[in-house]
Design a protein around this ligand. Structure first.
Ligand code: ADP
Ligand code: MG
Length: 138
């Protein structure tokens, strides 16, 4: 387990970038933390860590967004608006059951039963003005 504190959004992006550089295709990152904790910034770092060019955003109406990178696809699942595990499963069973590329599940704690065993759990917490505590467990 590693705990990091960041004091700017850029440092949270860098933390995601550092993690992604240690991950191989087939890895899954399960993200949790309150609204505004920095999950989407962390995902932006994950994509950048695989040298992806497209900045990650919060997918508003899509459950699943794919970022193409030179190291393989990054699949970003955002469960914030998901209504049921069945809905998520229907949209992303291939990625969840047999991960290839990097699978990132934002709001993973909404449907813990969907998170593949072996996923790397990352929790982001507010730690004061502009500060965030990032706990990474694998
Ligand atoms: P989430 O996806 O968890 O809702 P976002 O990444 O979309 O969070 O937004 C995080 C918000 O918090 C942004 O407005 C960002 O500018 C702000 N922020 C302030 N400090 C930090 C920090 N240290 N790390 C990440 N975001 C931060
Ligand atoms: Mg978000």
């Amino acid at each position: 387990m590693t705990v990091t504190e960041t004091s700017t959004p850029e440092e949270t992006v860098a933390s995601g970038r550092d993690l992604a550089r240690r991950l191989s295709p087939g890895a899954c990152v399960a993200l949790s933390g309150d609204l505004g904790a920095g999950k989407t910034h962390f995902v932006r770092g994950l994509v950048a860590g695989w040298d992806g060019a497209e900045p990650a955003t919060s997918p508003t109406f899509t459950l699943l967004h794919e970022y193409k990178t030179p190291r393989g696809p990054v699949f970003h699942l955002d469960l914030y608006r998901a209504q049921s595990a069945e809905e998520v499963w229907a949209a992303a069973h291939d990625e969840l059951e047999a991960p290839h590329g990097l699978v990132v599940v934002e709001w993973a704690d909404r449907f813990p039963e969907l998170v593949p065993p072996g996923a790397i759990r990352v929790e982001l917490l507010h730690a004061g003005e502009g500060r965030r505590r990032i706990t990474i467990e694998s």
